[in-house]
Design a binder for this molecule. Structure first.
Ligand code: DOR
Ligand code: ZN
Length: 346
């Protein structure tokens, strides 16, 4: 099949995004607002977003920082801690919060306030199940004896299976899946389990981190895996299954902090997110599957309306800037300085 020159999609959403706060947020927000109609905003600020009131205030700061004329709606989340009271769930629901994020304590950036033992949060999960708030899961165990590359697969057995058994009516999104095991687990589970997949996990395997030297901008969590896993993710994203949808996990960290002896986890993909997904779907010969993945499956799972309006990508080479401003610092987008073959034109 010949590749089309343009691709028009119903406006897509980003179901997993890190916007940060303050000047950093103001710097990265326009890139997402240009591409997406809505985004699920992660609550891992410092300190984390743990009350309905904080979520509302954070939403107001985001809306206040939008460029004039933007048509973008942030969808807010709370950060699940060992002590998030079940009573906060009704307040969160009333405030328009749509989901609660589970970070196993210590799993990733700003996760030290996360959950240390799932038994502690059972009453809160119960309240979420009743209220219809979704649970978004960073699916990695933190057990230091488990190999970093196995942490997602082990999480399925140790946490996901018991969670699904104990809260069958809770809608759960297994976020940014990276393995064949997770793709299979989600494909085989019932209609209350879904997954987001990032563009970088569709495009790269773990070799990218070591190509000619250590490349910090390809380091994220869960870390890139072997090629067989990337292939499984491509298979899932392009399968036509409604359980898989777009979530960039775009996670900005100042370049100076990435290019350091200890490098924070996160790939900044927001400026060319759709272009990167289009590249991955095109390489798989599945451009016709991109619209459902980017624009339909997410809202359908969340029980939200699909967007109106459309965006158009054109097959046209252009150079992604190598750095972009980030408050007082600089940010290096993934693939910055390189030529991309798809370009968002509307
Ligand atoms: O790579 C990541 N970066 N993974 C996460 O889970 C968190 C994120 C961040 O906040 O930087
Ligand atoms: Zn994330």
């Amino acid at each position: 099949m010949e590749t089309p020159r343009t691709l028009t999609l119903i406006r897509p959403d980003d179901w997993h995004l890190h916007l940060r706060d303050g000047a950093a947020m103001a710097a990265v927000l326009p890139a997402t607002a240009r591409q997406f109609a809505r985004a699920i905003v992660m609550p891992n600020l410092k300190p984390p977003v743990v009350t309905a009131q904080q979520a509302q205030a954070y939403r107001d700061r985001i809306v206040g920082a939008l460029p004039p004329g933007s048509d973008f709606t942030p969808l807010m989340t709370l950060y699940l801690t060992d002590t998030l009271p079940p009573t906060e769930i009704a307040r969160a629901k009333a405030a328009g919060v749509v989901a609660v994020k589970l970070y196993p304590a210590g799993a990733t950036t700003h996760s030290d306030a996360g959950v240390t033992d799932m038994r502690r949060v059972a009453p809160t999960l119960e309240a979420m199940q009743r209220a219809g708030l979704l649970l978004l899961v960073h699916g990695e165990v933190t057990d230091p004896s488990v190999d970093v590359f196995d942490r997602e697969a082990v999480f399925i057995e140790r946490v996901m299976q018991p969670l699904r058994r104990d809260f069958p009516a809770l809608k759960v999104v297994f976020e940014h899946i990276t393995t064949r095991e997770a793709a299979r687990y989600v494909a085989d589970s019932d209609e209350n389990t879904a997954a987001t997949i990032t563009a970088h996990h569709l495009l790269y395997n773990r070799n990218a981190i070591f190509m000619g030297g250590l490349r910090p901008h390809y380091y994220c969590l869960p870390v890139l895996k072997r090629e067989v896993h990337r292939q499984a993710l491509i298979g899932a994203a392009t399968s036509g299954s409604r359980k898989f949808f777009l979530g960039t996990d775009s996670a900005p960290h100042a370049a100076a902090l990435k290019e350091a002896s200890v490098c924070g986890a996160g790939c900044y993909t927001a400026p060319a997110a759709l272009e990167l997904y289009a590249e991955a779907f095109e390489a798989a010969g599945a451009l016709d599957k991109l619209e459902a993945f980017a624009s339909f499956n997410g809202p359908d799972f969340y029980g939200l309306p699909r967007n109106r309006g459309s965006v158009t990508l054109r097959r046209e080479p252009w150079q992604l800037p190598e750095t972009v401003p980030f408050g007082d610092a600089q940010l290096k987008p993934l693939r910055g300085g390189e030529t991309l073959n798809w370009r968002l034109v509307t």
